[in-house]
Write a protein that binds this ligand. Structure first.
Ligand SMILES: [Zn+2]
Length: 161
C-alpha cells in the first residue's frame, strides 16, 4: 500500500456510513486503531459528532409547515384531476374505436354495393374509403385534442392567477 496508513484509516472512518451506529470495521482498521492513538481519537470524535447530530432537534416554522401542506394538497388535487382527465380520454378513445369497428362492419356490405355500382378500381375505392370514412374522425380527433389542450392550458393558468 503506497497510501499513508493514517490517511487511509481516516478515510475508512469517514466513509463508514452514518446510517450504521456500529459500522463493521475491516481487521486492518481495527488493528490500526489499537496501535494508533491519533486515529483512535479521530474515530471517537467522528462517533461523537454523528451522535450529537442525531440528537439535534430540527423544528420548522409553523407557517412554512402550513404552506408546504397547502402546496402538497394542491399538487395532489392537480394530479387527481389529471388522472381523471386521462381516464376520460381513454374511455372516449375506447368507445370511439369500438363504435368505428361496429359501424364499419355493419356498413361494409353497403360500401361494397356502392363500389360495384360506381365500378371503380380497388385502389381508388380504398383511398376514397379512408378519405371519407376515417378521415373525418381523424380530423375531429385532432381538433378535439387541440381544443382540450387549449382548455387545459387556460384552466391551468387561471388556477395559478
Ligand atoms: Zn493512524
Amino acid at each position: 500500500m503506497t497510501q499513508d496508513p493514517h490517511q487511509h484509516a481516516r478515510e475508512l472512518i469517514a466513509c463508514a456510513g452514518a446510517e450504521k451506529p456500529q459500522p463493521v470495521q475491516p481487521d486492518w482498521l481495527k488493528n490500526h486503531l489499537a496501535d494508533c492513538a491519533s486515529c483512535r481519537d479521530y474515530a471517537d470524535a467522528a462517533r461523537q459528532l454523528v451522535s450529537s447530530l442525531r440528537s439535534l432537534a430540527i423544528a420548522a416554522d409553523p407557517s412554512l409547515v402550513r404552506n408546504t401542506q397547502l402546496q402538497v394538497r394542491l399538487r395532489a388535487a392537480q394530479l387527481q384531476q389529471q388522472r381523471e382527465r386521462l381516464l376520460l380520454v381513454w374511455s372516449c378513445c375506447s368507445l370511439i374505436t369500438l363504435f368505428a369497428i361496429v359501424t364499419s362492419a355493419a356498413l361494409w356490405p353497403g360500401f361494397q354495393w356502392l363500389r360495384d355500382w360506381i365500378q371503380v378500381s380497388n385502389l381508388v375505392w380504398e383511398i376514397g374509403y379512408v378519405t371519407f370514412w376515417i378521415g373525418p374522425a381523424i380530423a375531429a380527433s385532432i381538433l378535439l385534442f387541440a381544443r382540450g389542450t387549449h382548455l387545459a392550458v387556460r384552466n391551468g393558468s387561471s388556477h395559478q392567477a
